[in-house]
Design a protein around this ligand. Sequence first.
Ligand SMILES: [Zn+2]
Length: 148
Amino acid sequence: MEESRHRLSHPEALKKFRQTLHGKVDAAIERMLEKSPSGVDPYSLDFTGRESLAFEIGQEISVLLLHENLVQDSWREIVAESQSWPCPRCRTESPRKKNKKGEESYDSVELRTRSGKVPLRVRLFYCPKCRKSFSPLPTACEPGAGEP
Ligand SMILES: [Zn+2]
């Protein structure tokens, strides 16, 4: 049987994430259903305020889930193990980008999603033909994705 590309890479990380998400859900229940001493009384809000609060909480949880999904996806391991990657512009096989000390370069990017910005740390490659660095992203099927 073929191994799924989307297998979970790190069960320990999933356990840790599960705890984080449980904490977020508990906090969401407090924000939405209880009157916290420091927070806003959710029952004092008008309907639009309550709807906005629920939507905001949903977005925060969506971003966390999407981020963890992308971090756990084995495409990251494929990228991590690759010595080169095709340039998204010209398809030239491009080596990993290194700084002057010979250390490999990473960048922090924010994926814009319907739920909000999802932060990701990504490995950089450098196309000698275009003279530009790029990173393979899960959205790599989109032309120009990953341009810093
Ligand atoms: Zn190129």
